[in-house]
Design a protein around this ligand. Structure first.
Ligand code: MN
Length: 296
């Protein structure tokens, strides 16, 4: 098979998202929301939301900092910890710790109630908390599936070293070149954690038809000939085209997200993302009636 024109051409840069406004999630997570479906809708599908917490230094404490019991329904939350430690617990009795390099891929689907706090050991010693929580949408036919978790320790995530000292790629989900990431997903998508030392014109192959985002967490990344992204900035690319071009990067940490769009209506409110307003009302009612579970 020969490549199509779309595969040969680069994905066009559509816009750069910045958000310097920080809000607290509970008393543990100082978050900048770098993109959201509420403003970008189908342009970022299947991704819904990107919360970047920290980096922030926390003093040693015996107190619990975080966010108490709250529900989710209709999507997945993906927690990627860079520094510090997150301890979670849910209404089905599950729980665990997410440390540096680890990923928790939680399929909330039909609904659960959980809490997210700093890990006790991390809190006692204090230190830098830096993490990402990504929300990934589910197709309508899977929104009411049973909830489950994928705990993905750092050691289970393959690392590919890029040639010419350009850095490395951790494949969390999807496929980078011939390496497949450990996360099971409901739709075709990629989550790649990039360390870019100093690539000179690094061509990153990304499937034609995938909405594509590049979120820079540390350092700077130059793309599309002239635009330079700094920390906490996100480039949104057109779904048409077979690659993006990174011209230069300076000690950068970035997440590349791409996915096949879910071509369905989005109706969301707070911790619920469904297809219709009626389903949102139902979610609120089900939560209030304890049908998503109750923390004990
Ligand atoms: Mn949550």
């Amino acid at each position: 098979m020969s490549p199509t024109q779309a595969e040969i051409s680069p994905k066009k840069l559509l816009q750069i998202q910045k958000n310097t406004y920080q809000h607290w999630v509970g008393d543990g997570f100082p978050v900048r929301t770098l993109f959201s479906y509420s403003t970008l809708g189908s342009l970022i599908s299947p991704f819904l939301l990107f919360d970047y917490a920290g980096p922030k230094n926390f003093a040693p404490t015996e107190q619990r900092h975080g966010v108490g019991a709250h529900p989710h329904r209709g999507f997945e939350t993906v927690t990627i910890v860079y520094s510090g430690e997150v301890q979670h617990r849910d209404s089905s009795g599950g729980g665990g710790k997410i440390g540096p390099g680890d990923v928790q891929w939680m399929t909330a689907a039909s609904g659960l109630v959980h809490e997210e706090f700093h890990g006790r050991d991390f809190a006692r010693h204090g230190g830098i908390l830096e993490m990402v929580q990504l929300w990934v949408n589910l197709p309508a036919k899977h929104k009411m599936s049973a909830p489950h978790y994928q705990s993905i320790p750092s050691a289970a995530i393959p690392v590919i070293t890029l040639p010419d000292n350009r850095g490395s790629v951790r494949v969390i989900a999807g496929e980078f070149e011939d390496t497949v990431g450990p996360a099971h997903t409901f739709t075709s998508l990629n989550v790649w954690d990039l360390r870019l030392a100093n690539p000179n014109c690094f061509k990153v192959e990304v499937p034609d038809g995938h909405n594509t985002l590049l979120a820079v967490l540390r350092g700077t990344v130059s793309i599309a000939g002239s635009e330079t992204l700094a920390a906490a900035e996100v480039a949104l690319f057109d779904r048409t085209g077979g690659h993006i071009l990174i011209d230069h990067a300076s000690d950068a940490v970035a997440l590349l997200l791409s996915g096949e769009p879910i071509d369905e209506p989005i109706s969301g409110s707070g911790p619920f993302v469904m297809n219709t307003a009626d389903e949102i009302h139902q979610a609120m009612e089900d939560y209030q009636n304890g049908k998503m579970g109750v923390m004990t």
